[in-house]
Design a protein around this ligand. Structure first.
Ligand code: GDP
Length: 439
């Protein structure tokens, strides 16, 4: 997520720190570098210009340069301005008092609207809402099917009426929600490849008819410089309330995330960084700014950890581990829990200096996927009692998973190592808690 920019800025700051005292020329040089770094990250040039001007002005104030730690002061100012650029305070989803509340998603085709609708539904469901998804994208033939598949995966009902007018579908969706006692309706509207009047007209018509509590624009973080034109066009035509920034996991430059607020005045409310239903997070400008500057997003990390702890699954897992009888199914559960924390690489990059520590050696989440495919090719018995995995079973599994026997062997080896480690840990814990004697 904005890694290149993050690395560049951290480099500029270590240059400043190594200087001790700073002159006006040092500040000017640093600001020129910041300007380049932002432009290369695809942040809109007007936004960059204004940002650098504000930051520079504050940095050149006499008391900053004269202070004992001028570099620290400069970094603080950049952090502050970056937080401001990203929106200063958190902008939450506003569902109002009406039941059902209506959320409408708009955006270009391919921006990630349909997936975002499902992710939002998943999130609301977890917060004890009962959402209904409505497929009002009548132009992309597969959109309703896609939404229905996603709805099936997360257990959220999808309303569709193929061939009908989008405004009617949206209205019927709300009626369906009333009839089936659901409290939030999420409408997936049609996008086009480019900004066009017919799309805006349709979005306006749905807005007019339903007066949604929230209109969220889904913006692909990989859009590049054009993002400014796209969000401005939507802001003018539909006047949305906030943004869902999608595909933040991409390796693109991601400058859109830093431009949207300044250009439209609309806040980013969520960011999405993956294709899975749980990859939608609330957006926190301060945390994001800290993360970009390599200050480690400890708060998000702790929140994730706490949420994880609360999960029933973990309790069950701990129980299985305490008994020392780890199975390959547990192994999958462990693997999924790592992902739930946002993946190993996200975990590490959220630590102070973690982005740097990762460097180019990003942890390979693909390896986790491959592992799961192999385990899925095993029978129930094999997963529960891996010791039965002889040569012929291993080659059958390799064929089923489309991998080599060596890869299956490696997985089993890894599993056995983990099992040993878990046993050791549990023994250690029991000793510490004095449980051994009581048994
Ligand atoms: P729509 O045309 O706006 O409805 O876009 P879709 O929801 O169909 O998304 C387009 C593609 O982007 C799909 O392949 C999604 O799986 C993918 N996508 C959506 N959001 C994300 C994200 O946050 N990260 C990644 N990596 N892919 C995403």
């Amino acid at each position: 997520m904005l890694e290149n920019l993050s690395n560049r800025l951290q480099g500029i700051f270590s240059g400043l720190r190594s200087k001790g005292r700073l002159t006006e020329e040092d500040i000017n040089a640093a600001m020129r570098e910041i300007r380049m770094a932002l432009l290369e990250a695809d942040v809109n040039f007007k936004v960059v210009k204004a940002f650098v001007a504000r930051t520079k002005e504050r940095c050149l104030e006499a008391d900053v340069l004269d202070s004992l730690t001028p570099a620290q002061n400069v970094i603080k100012i950049v952090l502050d301005e970056l937080t401001e650029l990203l929106g200063r305070s958190d902008a939450k989803l506003e569902l109002g008092n009406r039941i059902p509340a209506v959320i409408m998603l708009v955006g270009l085709q391919g921006s990630g609207k349909t997936t975002a609708a499902a992710k939002l539904a998943y999130r609301l469901k977890q917060q004890n809402h009962s959402p209904l998804l409505v497929a009002a994208d009548v132009y992309r033939p597969a959109a309703a099917d896609q939404l229905q598949t996603l709805g099936g995966e997360i257990g959220v009902k999808v309303y569709r009426h193929d061939g009908a007018d989008p405004v009617d579908i949206a209205r019927e969706g709300v009626q369906e929600a009333i009839d089936s006692l659901r409290d939030v309706v999420i409408i997936d509207t049609a996008g086009r490849l480019h900004v066009d009047e017919a799309m805006m007209e349709e979005a306006r018509a749905i807005k007019e008819a339903l007066q949604p509590e929230e209109i969220l624009m889904v913006v692909d973080a990989m859009t590049g410089q054009d993002v400014v034109n796209v969000v401005s066009a939507f802001a003018e035509a539909v006047d949305f309330d906030g943004v869902i920034m999608s595909k933040m996991d991409g390796d693109a430059r991601g400058g859109g995330a830093l431009s949207v607020r300044e250009v439209t005045g609309k806040p980013i409310k969520f960011i999405s960084s993956g294709e899975k239903p749980d990859s939608l997070e609330e957006f926190h400008p301060d945390r994001m700014a800290k993360r970009i500057l390599g200050m480690g997003d400890m708060v998000s990390l702790i929140e994730n950890a706490v949420r994880l702890q609360q999960e029933q699954e973990e309790a069950e897992e701990a129980e299985a581990m305490a008994a020392g009888n780890l199975t390959l199914d547990d192994f999958i559960t462990m693997n999924r829990q790592i992902r739930k924390m946002g993946g190993i690489s996200k975990f590490i990059s959220a630590l102070p200096g973690g982005d740097k520590a990762l460097g180019s050696g990003q942890v390979d989440e693909g390896a986790l996927d491959a592992m799961e495919v192999i385990i899925n090719s095993m029978t129930k018995e094999e997963r529960a009692r891996p010791e039965v995995l002889n040569g012929s079973r291993r080659s059958r599994i390799a064929r089923g998973a489309g991998v080599s026997v060596t890869e299956v062997n490696q997985l089993i080896k890894k599993f056995n190592e983990t099992k040993k480690m878990v046993k050791k840990m549990t023994a250690g814990m029991e000793q510490q808690m004095g449980r051994k004697g009581k048994k």
